[in-house]
Write a protein that binds this ligand. Structure first.
Ligand code: AMP
Ligand code: ZN
Length: 116
């Protein structure tokens, strides 16, 4: 838990969000600035900064989050697939420093890397 972390506060229900899912360890909510018709994020309720900080002890939690992604994506109508994005650290473009898995889909999802 981190007092000044916006995603910790969302996970505790102290800041409103459009909730997708919640259990003891994981919270999922719609992105406030979606890049596609469906765009939500999975976070651990526990404050983990990014994949750069995770350790062996977090393996089960990370596995649970990855297993939840397709289940929640289907529930949100993404029957044909989805994109997952995990930005890690400043070098990965991370803006909110509480680990989160973006789940993105619907509409036209372009190739992620454009090659010229
Ligand atoms: P990242 O660049 O991977 O750190 O992504 C952070 C994401 O959090 C962005 O897509 C933001 O739109 C999203 N975001 C920031 N604040 C909120 C909030 N209060 N509720 C929902 N999504 C948020
Ligand atoms: Zn946090």
């Amino acid at each position: 838990m981190s007092d000044n972390c916006i995603f910790c506060k969302i996970g505790r229900g102290e800041i409103p969000s459009r909730k997708v899912y919640e259990d003891d360890e994981v919270f999922a909510f719609h992105d406030i600035n979606p890049v596609a018709p469906v765009h939500f994020m999975l976070i651990p309720k526990q404050h983990l900064v990014s994949l750069l900080e995770v350790e062996e002890q977090h393996a089960a939690l990370l596995g649970r989050m990855l297993l939840l992604a397709p289940k929640l994506a289907r529930e949100q109508g993404l029957e044909n697939g989805f994109r997952t994005v995990i930005n890690s650290g400043k070098g990965g473009g991370q803006e909110v420093f509480h680990l989160h898995i973006h789940v993105i889909g619907g509409g036209n999802i372009p190739p992620m890397v454009k090659r010229s």
